[in-house]
Each structure stands twice: as C-alpha cells, then as structure tokens.
Design a protein around this ligand. Structure first.
Ligand SMILES: Cc1cc2nc3c(=O)[nH]c(=O)nc-3n(C[C@H](O)[C@H](O)[C@H](O)COP(=O)(O)OP(=O)(O)OC[C@H]3O[C@@H](n4cnc5c(N)ncnc54)[C@H](O)[C@@H]3O)c2cc1C
Length: 544
C-alpha cells in the first residue's frame, strides 16, 4: 500500500519570467548536479547528443567530494553478495524495495571496478583492495581511498574523465531555479548565474542529481550546497516525493563550539575506536549488543540519551588504544582536521555528537531513475529509489549514485535520442500574479538560522506529535510570507526550497505514527507493522 498525500503550494514557479526577455539555450539532455550521480549520468550519455551539466557552485563542491569512509561492494571471497543484500534489507526495516537492493548490490563490484578504470586509486593491501567494516555490515566490504578521503579521490578521477568528453558542456556556478513544464511534461529549466542572469535551458530530457538536504538542520555534516533544491524543484514541477521523514543523523560529528561540523567517519569505530561519555565510561553495550558498531540510528539515539543523562553537550571518541601506524595510515584527513583544533587523535579524546547527514527520502524513481513526471529523471541522494528503506547502510549511497546515475544517464539519453532533432521554445508563462511585497526587508540569514534550529529541536533525532505539530505551524507561517516574495538570487530561492523541504519532512513525520529506522517518535516508540509502507506527497496548487 502506498499513501499519496497532497501538500498545498501557492506558486508553481518561484519567480516571474517573460520568455521574450530571457535568453534561450537548447540541449538534448540537461543534468542538474555534478556529484557522483550527475557525473556518472553524464558519462553514460550518447556522444551524439549535446549534454549540459549544471552545478550551483564549483564542480568540486558536493557531498560526494566530502565522502570519507568509502563505497560498499563484495570483493572478499569469504563475503557474499547475499550477505550485503541481507545487511541492506535489515537496516531498511521492512520498507526497502528488495528488487532494487538486489540490483544495486549485485552491480556494486562492476561499478567499483569501473571507478578504478576511470583512474580512482583505492587503498590497497598486498595488491588487493583494502576493505574496512562499518556499522550494520557483517563483513569488511568498504573500499576506501586516500585513507579517509574516498569521495575526493573518486570525484577527482571522474571529473578528470568527464572533462575530456567533448559532447558534455559543464556550467559551474549556475543555479537551477525551477523546472519548466508544459502539459505535464518536463521541458528543461529556468536557470540563473551571476554573470548571465536568468536563462531558459530547453531540454528534451532532464536529470535531477542535486544531492541532499542536510542544511535543513543546525547540526549537519553536509556542505553548503545541500539545501534540498532538487527535492523542492521537482516537487513544485509535479514529481512525487516520498519517505521524507527518514533523515539519517550521523552519530559522530566533531563538536567544537563555534567550529564547523566535520564528520568523524564511522570507519574510525570500524577500526575499533570506543565511545565514552563525559565520565569516561563506555556506554554503547548498554544500548545494543553490537556496541560501537550498532546501526547509526541506534548510536545517534544512544549518544543523545547519554548527553541528556550526563548533562554534557557531547560524548567522546577514544582511539588511544589503537595502533598508531594504523591511525596514520587510515585516518590522515581526520587527524589533520582535528590537529587544526589542537587535538591529537592518537592520544586525546575527540568531542563528538550527532548531526544531520543523509536524506533518505526524495523524488520517487523506478529502477532506471524515471520519476513520476514525464521527461524528468533523477539519481543519487535527491531520490528515493527503494534501496535504503527506513535507514541507509553506511557506504551504500556513493554506490546508489553510481548505479542510478549510470542507469538514468543511459535511459534519458536513449529517450532524448528518440525525439525529433529540432525543438523550439514554448510560450510558457509564470503563475505569479500579485505584486512583490517589498514593504520591509527580510533578514534571510536570521530566518534560515531560525528554521534550522527549529528543525534540529523539533524534527530531529527524537520526535513527538506536539513538537512536530508546533514546528509545522511555525514553518507554514514563515512559508506564507516568504513565498509571497520574489527573490533575485540563490539565497532567497534556497530558503524557499528549504521551507518546502521542511514542510515535507515534518508532514511525513506527523503521518508516521510509529518508530522505524531513523524515524524515532517518543510517543510511538514501537514499530507498527501496518505502517510498513511509504508516505508519498504530491503538490496541489491553491486556486487564486
Ligand atoms: C561528510 C560526508 C561523508 C560521507 N561519507 C560517505 C561515505 O563514506 N560513503 C557513502 O556511500 N556516502 C557517504 N556520504 C554520502 C554521500 O556522499 C552522498 O550521499 C552522495 O555523494 C550524494 O551524491 P549526489 O551525486 O546525489 O549529490 P552531491 O554529491 O551532493 O552533488 C549534488 C550536486 O548538485 C548540485 N546542485 C544542488 N542544487 C543545485 C541547484 N539548485 N542548481 C544547480 N546545481 C545544484 C551541486 O552543485 C552538486 O554538484 C557522505 C556525506 C557527507 C556529507
């Protein structure tokens, strides 16, 4: 059973536009996003097409480039693809799509070998891929690079490769404002750049690979680009989203008051690090037999509980008993980053607490990345493919980006190649009617900080009906007066997208009156078998 609910929106587009006054560009395939999913999609396209890839910042700025721990795939002869499938299904708590899990996990070794062929240097031991173990995986099956900077190395190689492909045009620092739709079909996008202003990019097919939504929360591991733009843009255009209540919080984010929130990879616990509370006590065994290697949601809640009990703002990671050479070899990036704050990871306790890390929910896609909106495809963290269910197994998401990036790129490419060569701009009009309200200046930074704090406090790791309802009313109030304004640059559009994503997260969390995977309701702490389903949402526009 799949429940599809509607969410009322005021405007189909975030801004007014007049086609006669805006430059037009025509491509066969438009890919929004230059992380692992977008770049893998671009590499799978037909060389006879004109493909454009857009990124809102520099190409190197993505969640993908920040990935630390690695990418999961079965290489060890004592491991088995069936085990990787079982571990993924077990983490997903009954709502994974088993066919999708089998497909993704089955393709993993091939996709990782392709990365090697593209020039990625994975860490090796005696000539073989070095594999580590992470929470929820029963085997060592996580391939890593540069010790703990896997994403940086994978993206270096992929970016180098894609830049050599003559049919692919990459435009950095170009922000997609909205998808263009006509008669229920996606026709491209309205984009903006500082130098070029607004532009229509008409495309036969469009792929969204815009990544995650971590910036919805005050505490997050995600870089600045992760503002749920793709979720909001696709939703406004008519694509369905689902599972938005499932936000994964990473248990161990460096906590230095005033400092930025760096992730301390799960691989650190995989190699044997302990979690200790402010009294120096190890506590994970009190919460789960797997101890420090329990699934992320269990560890995040245990840490939050321990912080409350000890009335201390963090807990600590302890690596002091680990082999010093192993630490140097495996965690050079984490060691360097902690050293910037005066911490020696070999001897000092590292202060950590949870932060928003991964958006499990997203745009509904099928096995080829097809969304519910014709002409639109999607891949990577912006989607809900059915792989993760109610909880993502660590290191499965880079893999998901590769598998679905390739599939969406290849299928969208075929669809574009099958369309007539020439196509023209459509006489689209924006649905903005009222005047822009500019009676008083909005402090966007203040509003955004208030939103992320509210989400952290009331729609974070522990949720309940009262907090969620109050949060929803507050977000809807902000949204009402923010959505009646027209902005001319990304700061405003990002805020509008974040407000929409917040409404979706909270509305889904309200509906799910149970605890499952990463979604924990203190008023419904048990899992309810009858809710082994997805809450889907689609946009409905108010009549004006
Ligand atoms: C610190 C950290 C560590 C992680 N470690 C791991 C790990 O070890 N293993 C693992 O499997 N996963 C890990 N993850 C998760 C994983 O990195 C992501 O899920 C994955 O990389 C997402 O890839 P993507 O291509 O979907 O999105 P991203 O890599 O985030 O790329 C998004 C792209 O979309 C573009 N974009 C966004 N909005 C717009 C817009 N409005 N207009 C134009 N362009 C836009 C961005 O510029 C960017 O190019 C980690 C995540 C973080 C934050």
């Amino acid at each position: 059973m799949q429940n599809c609910l509607s969410l009322n929106l005021q405007h189909r587009y975030l801004t007014r536009f007049e086609p006669k006054r805006i430059p037009h560009s025509f491509v066969d395939l438009l890919i929004v996003g230059g992380g692992i999913a977008g770049i893998r999609a671009a590499m799978a396209t037909d060389p006879n097409l004109h493909v454009m890839v857009l990124t809102k910042d520099e190409l190197q700025q993505s969640n993908s480039s920040h990935a630390q721990g690695g990418i999961a795939g079965v290489f060890d002869p004592t491991d088995d693809i069936a085990f990787h499938i079982e571990d993924t299904l077990s983490a997903g708590k009954e709502i994974c799509d088993e066919e999708i899990v089998r497909m993704v996990v089955g393709e993993a070794p091939e996709r990782i070998r392709e990365l090697i062929a593209f020039g990625t240097h994975f860490d090796r031991e005696n000539g073989e891929l070095a594999l580590t173990q992470e929470g929820g995986h029963r085997h060592r099956r996580v391939a890593h690079a540069l010790g703990d900077a896997t994403g940086e190395e994978i993206m270096r190689a992929m970016i180098q490769k894609v830049c050599d492909l003559s049919w692919i045009e990459i435009r950095e620092k170009t922000f997609i404002v909205d998808l263009l739709t006509d008669d229920g079909v996606c026709r491209g996008a309205l984009v903006w750049s500082e130098h070029g202003g607004r532009m229509f990019v008409w495309a036969k097919q469009t792929i969204i690979a815009t990544g995650g939504a971590g910036r919805l929360y005050r505490e997050t591991t995600n870089p600045e680009i992760a503002t749920a733009d793709g979720h909001a843009i696709a939703f406004r255009a008519g694509a369905e989203v689902r599972d938005m209540e499932f936000v994964q919080f990473h248990p161990t984010v460096l906590y230095i008051a005033g400092g930025s929130r760096h992730l301390i990879s799960e691989a650190v616990r995989g190699e044997g690090a302990y979690l200790r509370d402010s009294h120096g006590e190890r506590f994970m065994q009190d919460y789960d037999p797997a101890g420090e290697l329990a699934p992320r949601d269990v560890v995040s809640r245990a840490i939050t509980d321990r912080m409350t009990k000890t009335k201390h703002p963090c807990v600590y990671l302890d690596l002091s008993h680990l082999d010093s050479e192993l630490i140097d070899e495996r965690f050079p990036h984490i060691g360097k980053m902690c050293a910037e704050f005066g911490l020696d990871i070999k001897t000092d306790l590292i202060p950590v607490r949870p932060g928003a890390h991964y958006m499990i929910g997203g745009i509904v896609v099928d096995a080829d990345g097809r969304t519910t909106l014709p002409g639109l495809w999607a891949a990577g963290e912006a989607t809900s493919s059915g792989l993760h269910g109610a909880n993502r197994l660590g290191s499965n998401s880079l893999l998901e980006g590769l598998v679905f990036g390739l599939r969406a790129g290849a299928e969208a490419s075929k669809a574009a190649a099958a369309q007539p060569d020439s196509f023209t701009a459509l006489p689209l009009v924006s649905d903005w009617k009222e005047e822009i309200r500019d009676d008083d200046e909005l402090n966007l930074t203040d509003l955004r900080n208030s939103l992320t704090s509210l989400m952290w406090r009331q729609a974070g790791i522990r949720r309940n009906a009262g907090n969620l309802q109050a949060a929803l009313e507050q977000v809807e109030f902000w949204d009402r007066y923010v959505s009646t304004r027209e902005f001319n640059e990304p700061q405003g559009w990002e805020l509008q997208n974040l407000l929409l994503a917040a409404r979706l997260v909270i509305s889904s969390a309200v509906k799910r009156t149970e605890s499952r995977g990463v979604h924990f309701r203190s008023d419904f702490p048990e899992t309810d078998k009858s809710q082994a389903t997805h809450y889907r949402f689609r946009a409905e526009y108010r009549d004006e």
